[in-house]
Design a protein around this ligand. Structure first.
Ligand code: FE2
Length: 275
């Protein structure tokens, strides 16, 4: 793989922060939402580094991972400035917008074409329901890293938000969904089938919370699963859902799934160490 220097990453980070700064001089709502996504980006960079280190990635691969994390949501700032929403269906696909902005600004032009294209594809895939089948191993691996790191931080952000007392509603985080009682049976069915929830089945805020629970089926690395468990993300989402039998059923199944996945991985690693 092509070498990426430490100075290069530092230069890109500098550019990122100066670019983001330009969105902080509009109205308060724009500034507030700009800071929200800026902080999200910083944390996703840290998460990806932690997951990468747990996999013993070399420093060159860690730098590539960090660049994808740094730029994965670069389109979010323009998206909010232009459309006053983070809802892609009401504006445009923010992952594609991120790539467009990187292309227009030419910020990765110093990179070799293959590397630049690889970074663009990883960013493009980060918000897809599933990864494309026709992709090379490297691209799929780094896409998985980014998707895991991104999910870890989105869980953190939404859980804090759901648990904030007397919080005002922030439609930027809720897709403008009605906060009605109950949840959709189709969402329940998706989860019980161990499937990620189909966005078309999401009709209410509770459905959306359940969709976020279902991300567990799309987690790729052991370090991410362990983080979900040690940070009690699932329990904290359950606490803000109705206490019905069906909800208990979902969480029982999900917790069992999580434990099994973690044990499987421990077993696999033990075997590997023995050999
Ligand atoms: Fe994103």
């Amino acid at each position: 793989m092509i070498k990426i220097s430490d100075q290069c990453v530092e230069k890109l980070k500098k550019w990122f922060f100066s670019y983001v700064e330009t969105f902080k001089h509009g109205n308060n709502v724009l500034t507030e939402n700009t800071i929200l996504k800026e902080n999200h980006t910083i944390r996703v960079c840290n998460e990806i580094e932690d997951i990468g280190k747990s996999l013993d990635l070399n420093s060159n691969k860690l730098r590539l991972a960090e660049i994808t994390a740094l730029f994965h949501d670069i389109g979010r700032f323009e998206q909010y400035a232009r459309y006053q929403t983070f809802v892609d269906s009401k504006s445009e696909n923010h992952a594609l917008l991120s790539v467009k902005i990187l292309e227009n600004k030419g910020i990765l032009n110093g990179f070799d074409e293959t590397l630049k294209n690889l970074i663009f594809r990883i960013i493009k895939y980060h918000n897809r329901a599933t990864l494309p089948e026709k992709e090379n191993e490297t691209c799929l691996f780094f896409s998985k890293l980014l998707r895991d790191a991104d999910k870890l931080d989105i869980w953190k952000v939404v859980i804090n938000y759901y648990h904030e007392k007397n919080s005002r509603r922030n439609s930027a985080l809720e897709l403008d969904l009605p906060d009605t009682a109950g949840f959709s049976n189709e969402v329940y069915q998706d989860l019980m089938d161990k499937q990620i929830v189909d966005i078309r089945h999401v009709k209410s805020l509770n459905d959306f919370k359940l969709l976020q629970v279902g991300w567990i089926f799309d987690i790729n690395f052991d370090a991410t699963l362990n983080a979900v468990r040690s940070r009690h993300y699932l329990e904290m989402i359950q606490a803000v859902l109705p206490e019905t039998k069906k909800i208990q059923e979902i969480f029982h199944m999900i917790q069992t799934y999580l434990s099994e996945k973690i044990n499987e991985e421990k077993f696999r690693q033990k075997k590997q160490n023995e050999n």
